[in-house]
Write a protein that binds this ligand. Structure first.
Ligand code: YYY
Ligand code: MG
Length: 153
C-alpha cells in the first residue's frame, strides 16, 4: 500500500521480437510512472551481479549468457504498490503457468525466454538493490505525472 519504485527490464528475446513498446505500453496504460529507462548491452559483470541470487542454480550460466546476448531495456517504474502490480502484470516465471492477459502469458512459451524481468516483491531489498545496480541516482527523472489526480484517491 505504498507509493514505491520498482525495477523492470525488457529481456533480449523481447527486444529482438519488437516487444519493447508493448511492454512499456502496458505499464503506462496501467497508470505507472516511468522514471528511468535506457537501452544497452549489459556487461557480463553486471549481469552476474543482477542474477547473483541464482549463482548456485543449474540454469545460472545459461541465464547470464542469455541476458547478455543482445540489447535489454532496464527501467524504473513508480506507483502505488508498484512492485506487486508489475509482478501481477508479468505473470508466473514459467510462461506455461502464466495466465493469459499477463505479459508472459501473452508473449512467451519458454521458461528461459520469458520476455521481461521484474524485481521480486517477496524479496525486501530487491528494488533498491536492482535499481542501484543498473542506474545512477541522476538517471532517475523527477517530474509530475499529469494524470496522478485521476489515478489516486
Ligand atoms: O523473478 P523471475 O524472473 O520470475 O524468476 P526467478 O526465479 O527469479 O528466475 C530468474 C530467471 O531465471 C527466470 O526469469 C527464468 C530463469 N529460470 C530458468 O531458466 N530456469 C529455472 N528453473 C528458473 C528460472
Ligand atoms: Mg526473480
Amino acid at each position: 500500500s505504498d507509493h514505491e519504485r520498482t525495477f523492470v527490464m525488457v529481456k533480449p528475446d523481447a527486444f529482438a521480437r519488437g516487444l519493447v513498446g508493448e511492454v512499456i505500453s502496458r505499464l503506462e496504460e496501467r497508470g505507472l510512472k516511468l522514471v528511468a529507462i535506457k537501452v544497452e548491452n549489459m556487461p557480463r559483470e553486471r549481469a552476474e551481479e543482477h542474477y547473483g541470487e541464482h549463482e548456485d542454480k543449474p540454469f545460472y550460466d545459461g541465464l547470464v549468457d542469455f541476458i547478455t546476448s543482445g540489447p535489454v531495456v532496464p527501467m524504473v517504474w513508480e506507483g502505488q504498490d508498484a512492485t506487486r502490480q508489475v509482478r501481477q502484470m508479468i505473470g508466473e516465471t514459467d510462461p506455461l503457468e502464466a495466465e493469459p492477459g499477463t505479459i508472459r502469458g501473452d508473449y512467451a512459451l519458454d521458461l528461459g525466454r520469458n520476455v521481461v524481468h521484474a524485481a521480486d516483491h517477496e524479496d525486501e531489498g530487491a528494488n533498491e538493490r536492482e535499481i542501484s545496480i543498473h542506474f545512477d541516482d541522476d538517471e532517475l527523472i523527477d517530474y509530475d505525472q499529469h494524470d496522478a489526480g485521476w489515478l489516486y484517491e
